[in-house]
Design a protein around this ligand. Structure first.
Ligand code: TMP
Length: 213
């Protein structure tokens, strides 16, 4: 009997308006051209229940949201997403490309809101034991530049945060990219063609060492 090899888990991270969705599609194309069966998804969300939690998280509200409550809602959505979508796909050999994952929680809730990073790590172990991205493409851009790109849309609860919040988010991402070799920092302040060229290069480098279709 042929045993399917486990799929790989790739995440795309970055601040607001850095072009994550467009680049998820680009990564999917590269992988499909190489013959991989690809599932694309996003966080918070990715299942009906997790998408409901996403709406709760993003909706602007008068009541201030406690950072721990926010963190636990995010991990509730993530536990469901991993159990029902991500892990079953990886198990049958599919490659999963996900827009945002737990690096977002370190950046936004620990870096941005000041939640204890060890608590985030513990919740991550509880919500998705043994499931971590194999490759993370972090799209780095100064918050100011990115915010002007989204300023024409109506803003959600996170997008209404102050510039300093996004500076802390960015610093946390950059520090994680420095410390962890699975995270590739990509300068997303350049034109889309240059950004995508670098993304394709990073994925091909990964494939040359991690692909066994
Ligand atoms: P998106 O619109 O970029 O998909 O993400 C929705 C918002 O959720 C975004 O502002 C960042 C925030 N977020 C967190 O604060 N923590 C997390 O762990 C995730 C996944 C998203």
């Amino acid at each position: 009997m042929t045993r399917l090899s486990r799929g790989r888990f790739i995440t795309i991270e970055g601040g607001e308006g850095t072009g994550k969705s467009t680049n998820v599609d680009r990564v999917r194309n590269v992988l499909e051209q190489r013959g991989f069966d690809v599932l694309t998804t996003r966080e918070p969300g990715g299942t009906p229940l997790a998408e409901e939690i996403r709406s709760v998280l993003l909706e602007p509200r008068d009541e201030a949201v406690d950072p721990i409550a926010e963190t636990m809602l995010i991990f509730a959505a993530r536990a469901q997403h991993v159990a029902k979508v991500i892990e079953p796909a990886l198990r049958v050999g599919r490659w999963v490309v996900c827009e945002r994952f737990t690096d977002s929680t370190f950046a936004y809730q620990a870096g941005g809101r000041g939640v204890d990073a060890d608590a985030v790590a513990q919740l991550a172990d509880l919500a998705h034991p043994g499931v971590w991205p194999d490759l993370t493409l972090y799209l780095d851009a100064p918050p100011g530049a990115a915010m002007t790109r989204i300023s024409t849309r109506s803003l959600d609860r996170f997008e209404r945060e102050r510039r300093e919040f996004f500076e802390r988010v960015r610093e946390t991402y950059v520090a994680r990219a420095r410390d962890q070799s699975r995270i590739v920092l990509i300068d997303a302040s350049r034109d889309l063609v240059s950004v995508q060229r670098e993304i394709v290069r990073a994925v091909e480098r990964f494939l040359s060492t991690h692909a066994n279709p």
